[in-house]
Each structure stands twice: as structure tokens, then as C-alpha cells.
Write a protein that binds this ligand. Structure first.
Ligand code: ACM
Length: 671
């Protein structure tokens, strides 16, 4: 490749804080290189630009899977939608005779959408054209995503900057779990999130399909399961297949979770004979851990499970199958005399052993179907066979213990995006930290991880804003080199990818505007926006500590408009730190302007709330923000004001959210 500066691992060097100057003017003029997420393995930056005009075409050669052609066509549509160019090619087809090609994709062989499949790619942009080479179409599709992230613009139009990128994943299992059971998620929600996953090179959808609150799949052999357990909100088998095909077209595996023996109330509504205690049972409407549990002593339980698993195995081709197994407290087992007698008879000492007995009866069923059992870390019990996989959620230790005992595992502890923690918390969690106490062989059994989108407090309207853009940070952790760990740089790149994800139909940004209009009862929402950008929803399950929520509750209020990383709070905190370090007059003026906006916002928000009762619960918080801002302003003016009561009030949660600017104000006051 031509080019004056060829810099190895440029992107990695960038996020490690190497200055732009040492990397030269190429990068300053080509910011797209420093926006890539996940950061590729190796980026060589050249000089020059490949210009895109309305003659740009794509050719596919080699022996890809058929999915490559629609994937290349989707790439073209995303390119013409972003550039506004009327590109001439309708679909990319096999064996097309094109005279001039803007992008050539060369694939050696069809990719299998299976764990461990080859996903690497090489992307080269020269002034004359673009080429993506990959062993499989899965790798080539990753290359297309990188290429779209490289799209740049200058006064002459759109271009791709000259470069040579070699890339491959660090972990083979880069997943997102979506809970469609607690709040049902229609097909388009799943599809747009699959598109988002593909954009950040994730490759596994773990689909949580049954819960106390809903049984979400059609079962032909036992239709009462979905008919009575779902309020009519379930996926037909054709719809499940449609999702599997949609995902496979994007190189994404889909495997289902049927959570048993706990979290299983919805099964029992139609089939109380599966329960440990006599019914009747109703669909659960609240959130928490509930007692209804499948009865491990009854053959009918295994008969129904076998029938369900058999129908599902035909729909989900993936070799992994999740049986849940979490949070079974066994209270109904304790209360059932026949279960106690069964345990005594067989020398089963406790509920853990009884659950092991239950799990072990599922293994031959899954074996017969060609499936490997996956379960939450509770299923890691002595004498379980090592061909099962452990899904670690309660702590990394279970993953380490599993790896030492010969099990494969994936990590979700640390990737619980439903906890509404900032992206930085998840970003720095590594499945294999440098100091982990595992040898090479044991490490090789840690396949990766999954972000978990539990859906108690998310709805169709809010799920995207809980998943994105934070999940892109987790995607990078699982794809990129371990050394890529600069938090500020990650946040900068999340802002960019958030906009690109929106193009895929994801609603994380646009729904917020709609939700604010509804909450404000009109088009004018700016005072609400000002407040929403400095608050975050209560974290780590504190939101429902008063058990006020039900599955049908309104998730349309301030905590639902707010997101896990309050934008203005983060910006303000950084500004304050910079000012405290450097004492710059410009920073001081910017701080003052922000504080004045907050100080004036309460009056404006009160006017909005006058016509919108739904908004009124937020007023005490906006008042606390005003008082906090005025306190900080007087401190900037050199006046001493009594602060303790104001700070304390500003720290109080109100309306299920918390202000995120109190620490920064405190730092300012301490100056
Ligand atoms: C879980 O979060 N109960 C697996």
C-alpha cells in the first residue's frame, strides 16, 4: 500500500493516549480512524482518499454463502441513504458483469453461523478502490461494518480514507441477551437490535423466552402453554424461524432460553400438573423471585419439557440450549410432602442436589436433540458432566471455578445493562483479566460474554435506549485487544456510533424526544430535556425497592426518559475537573453558563408541569438542581454560602431518578 505514513496499530495507539501530533497530520485530517468501534486489531493509515460518486458499485467474488449478496446490497442501501447518492446498482448479484467496481468483496468459502467460525477480514482502501478479503462471509460482513464507520466527508463530497485494516475478534462469543418474557418484544424490536449487534460485530442473540410473567413461544404439542401463559403475546413458530433466519443472514447465532425449574409460573397456568404444589396458577404481574417451581419428581414434567425442547430444537439450529436454572429457592419443594419423601427415598440431601437431579434428567433429552446445555451458574454442581456450559452471572468466581473444573463458560456478571450503570462500569470488566488465575487450557474455555437486557423495567419504547449505545462498549471489550481500555475515548466513540445505530431503525435517541413530548403534554420540551440530561434512573434494582411496579405499569415517566449515562452531567464533571486543574477563564465561563441554565430551568419546568400533571413529581428535583446551581454560582463569585442542606437534598432520589451533578458541584465548592 502506498502512503507516507504507515502506522501499525494506530487506533490502539490512539486510545492509549498517544498524541495526535506524533501520529501526524493524516489522522488529524481523517477523524474516522479514531471513531472505529470496536477498535480493529491493526490499522495502517495511508494518505489519500477513495471518492464515492454515483458510479459506485459492489462486486462479490469467491465462494461465499448466499447471505453475502443481500448483505452487500444492504451495505449499498446504507451507503446511499447516508450519502444521498443515487447509486446505480439495485441488488448485488452473483456473477455480475461490472466494468468498474468501487468495492470488491472476495470470500473464500461459505461461513457457518456456529461458535468458533472464522470471522477475520482484511480491508484495504486505496485511491483507486476498496477491497475486502475474508475467509468467510461472516468476516466480510464485519469488514463492511468497519467500512461504513470509515465513511467520511469533505468539501468535495464523500470518501473512504486510504488504509489497510486487518481485524479479528478476541473472543468467539459476543452476545446480547434479550428478555422477551417479562415485557414482550415484538419482532421488529428483535430485528432492529440484531442489526445493531451486527454493526458492532456481536454474534450471539440469547433469547430469554419464558418467565413467571410470560410463556412467549407457540408450542404445538402443548398449546395451553402459550395460549394460557402469554396474554396472547407470544411468537409463532414461523416468527421464531424468521428471527433465526434474519440473524443468520447477519452472521448472528440465536439460541433460546427456557428458564426451569424456577422462573416458571407461566408454564403452570395452562399446565398446573407440572407444579410442585397444586394450582391454580396465574401469570405473575410483579417483579422479583417467585415460588412456583416445576416438580422434579413427576414424569409429566419431563414429558412436556421434552416436547417443548424437541419443537424448539427444530427451530433453533444452534448447538447450545439454555435451561436457565437461576434463583430457584425451592420453597415449594420444601412445602411439598411428596417431594420431601422423594428426596429421602433417594438420599437427595438438599434442594441443590434436587436441582442437579432435575438438570441431569434434562441432559439426555438435550443430547438426543444434539444440544449442549447452558445454564446460569447455579447449575454448576458437583457431578454435573463437563459438556455443559456455565453462564456466570453472580460473580466472576463461578466462571473461574467452572474453567478449572473443565467446563466452558461465558461471562455476564459485569454486563448487566438492566442495572442502569454507566458504560464505563461495563467497559472495564474483562472476561480474562491479565491476572486471572487460569492456565492457558482453562482460559481457552472462557468463550466470551453477553450483555443481559432483563426487561422488568424496559418496554418496546425504551429497550433500545437501555441497550444502546452502552452495549457497543461491551462489544468492544469482547472484540478488541485487551489493551484498548481508555474510558474517555470509549465515550467519545459511543457518541458517534449512537448516531450510526440510529440509521438502522434503533430508537434509542428518537423515542426519547417522543416520550418527552408525551410527558410534557406538548411540543415544548426543552426544560424537561435540561433536567433529563443531568439525571439517571435509580441503579441496581433500587428503582423497584418499594415494589410499586407491575408489568402493566407506565414506563413513560422521568426515569424512562433518563438514560444510564447522563450526558450533561458527564460533560459538566469533565469541565469542572479541567477548570480545577487549569483554572482557565473560558472553562469558568462555560461552567457559569451551564449553572445559569440549571438555575433558570426550574421556573420553565414548573410552567410545563402546570399543564402536565405527570411531570409534577419531578419538580422537587428540578428545584434541588436550581438550588445546587445557585450555590455553585455564588461560590464562583467568591461568596460563602451554607451548603450542607442543599447538597444533601440534591442527593436525595426523587421520582425514581438521581441528580448526577452533585459530586462535581462539591468539587467546585472545595476549590
Ligand atoms: C439472573 O439474573 N437471575 C440470571
Amino acid at each position: 500500500m502506498k502512503g507516507k505514513r504507515l502506522l501499525k496499530t494506530v487506533a490502539v495507539a490512539l486510545v492509549m493516549g498517544v498524541s495526535y501530533i506524533s501520529l501526524g497530520s493524516v489522522l488529524e485530517s481523517e477523524p474516522a480512524f479514531s471513531n472505529l468501534i470496536p477498535v480493529p486489531r491493526e490499522v495502517l493509515v495511508g494518505e489519500g482518499r477513495f471518492r464515492i460518486d454515483d458510479t459506485f458499485t459492489v462486486k462479490v467474488s469467491g465462494e461465499p454463502d448466499e447471505r453475502m449478496y443481500p448483505a452487500a446490497s444492504r451495505f449499498l442501501r446504507r451507503l446511499d441513504q447516508r450519502t444521498g447518492l443515487f447509486l446505480p446498482q439495485d441488488y448485488v448479484e452473483k456473477g455480475e458483469n461490472l466494468s468498474e467496481v468501487g468495492l470488491e468483496i472476495v470470500v473464500e468459502r461459505p461461513g457457518q453461523v456456529n461458535l468458533g467460525e472464522e470471522e477475520s477480514y482484511h480491508l484495504s482502501v486505496t485511491a483507486a478502490g476498496v477491497r475486502i478479503e475474508a475467509e468467510t462471509d461472516l468476516g466480510a460482513m464485519h469488514g463492511l461494518e468497519t467500512l461504513l464507520q470509515l465513511l467520511s466527508a469533505d468539501d468535495r463530497g464523500y470518501y473512504f480514507p486510504v488504509s489497510s485494516i486487518s481485524d479479528m475478534p478476541r473472543f468467539p462469543w459476543r452476545g446480547l441477551m434479550i428478555d422477551s418474557a417479562r415485557h414482550f418484544m415484538p419482532l421488529d424490536v428483535i430485528k432492529r437490535n440484531l442489526d445493531g449487534m451486527a454493526a458492532v460485530k456481536m454474534n450471539v442473540l440469547h433469547w430469554h423466552l419464558t418467565e413467571d410473567q410470560g410463556f412467549r413461544v407457540e408450542v404445538k404439542s402443548y398449546p395451553k402453554l402459550h395460549e394460557m401463559g402469554s396474554d396472547g403475546m407470544f411468537y409463532t413458530q414461523d416468527q421464531l424461524k424468521e428471527i433465526v433466519a434474519y440473524a443468520s443472514d447477519r452472521g448472528i447465532r440465536v439460541y433460546p432460553e427456557f428458564d426451569v425449574p424456577g422462573h416458571a409460573t407461566a408454564w403452570l397456568v395452562g399446565h398446573p400438573e407440572m407444579a410442585s404444589l397444586p394450582g391454580p396458577y396465574e401469570i405473575e404481574r410483579g417483579w422479583g423471585i417467585f415460588d412456583p417451581t416445576l416438580d422434579p419428581t413427576k414424569d409429566v414434567v419431563y414429558e412436556i419439557l421434552e416436547a417443548v425442547f424437541t419443537e424448539m430444537a427444530a427451530i433453533f439450529p444452534d448447538e447450545y440450549f439454555h435451561i436457565g436454572g437461576d434463583e430457584n429457592e425451592g420453597h415449594h419443594w420444601d412445602k411439598a410432602d411428596h417431594i420431601q419423601a422423594f428426596m429421602k427415598e433417594r438420599g437427595i440431601a438438599d434442594n441443590h442436589q434436587l436441582q442437579s437431579y432435575f438438570n441431569k434428567r434434562l441432559i439426555p433429552i438435550l443430547d438426543e436433540l444434539g444440544k449442549k446445555m447452558v445454564g446460569w451458574d447455579e447449575i454448576l454442581q458437583p457431578d454435573m458432566p463437563t459438556n455443559i456450559m456455565i453462564h456466570s452471572w453472580r460473580g466472576q468466581d463461578s466462571m473461574v471455578a467452572a474453567a478449572k473444573a473443565g467446563y466452558s463458560s461465558i461471562l455476564s456478571n459485569g454486563y448487566y445493562i438492566d442495572l442502569m450503570q454507566p458504560a464505563s462500569d461495563h467497559y472495564l470488566v474483562d472476561p480474562l483479566p491479565a491476572d486471572i488465575d487460569l492456565n492457558e487450557d482453562q482460559r481457552s474455555r472462557v468463550y466470551g460474554g453477553e450483555a443481559t437486557m432483563w426487561s422488568e423495567h424496559v418496554t418496546v419504547e425504551t429497550i433500545d435506549s437501555r441497550i444502546w449505545p452502552r452495549t457497543a462498549a461491551i462489544a468492544e471489550r469482547l472484540w478488541s485487544d485487551q489493551s484498548v481500555d481508555d474510558v474517555e475515548d470509549m465515550y467519545r466513540r459511543l457518541d458517534t456510533i449512537a448516531l450510526q445505530l440510529e440509521e438502522l431503525g434503533l430508537t434509542h435517541l428518537k423515542n426519547r424526544a417522543m416520550m418527552m413530548r408525551r410527558l410534557a403534554g406538548g411540543y415544548e420540551t426543552e426544560p424537561l430535556r435540561v433536567l433529563a440530561d443531568v439525571v439517571e434512573p435509580l441503579k441496581i434494582y433500587r428503582r423497584n425497592s418499594d415494589l410499586s411496579y407491575r408489568s402493566y405499569s407506565p414506563y413513560t415517566l422521568l426515569p424512562d426518559v433518563a438514560v444510564a449515562d447522563a450526558k450533561d452531567a458527564r460533560r459538566f464533571g469533565a469541565l469542572v475537573d479541567q477548570y480545577l486543574e487549569m483554572g482557565g477563564a473560558e472553562d469558568k465561563a462555560a461552567i457559569r453558563a451551564q449553572l445559569e441554565e440549571w438555575s433558570e430551568n426550574h421556573t420553565a419546568l414548573s410552567q410545563l408541569a402546570a399543564r402536565s400533571p405527570a411531570l409534577r413529581e419531578a419538580l422537587p428535583l428540578s428545584e434541588a438542581l436550581r438550588d445546587l446551581a445557585e450555590l455553585a454560582l455564588s461560590s464562583l463569585d467568591g461568596e460563602a454560602t451554607e451548603s450542607a442542606a442543599i447538597l444533601e437534598r440534591a442527593r436525595e432520589p426523587v421520582a425514581k431518578v438521581e441528580l448526577q451533578v452533585v459530586d462535581a458541584v462539591e468539587r467546585l465548592l472545595a476549590k
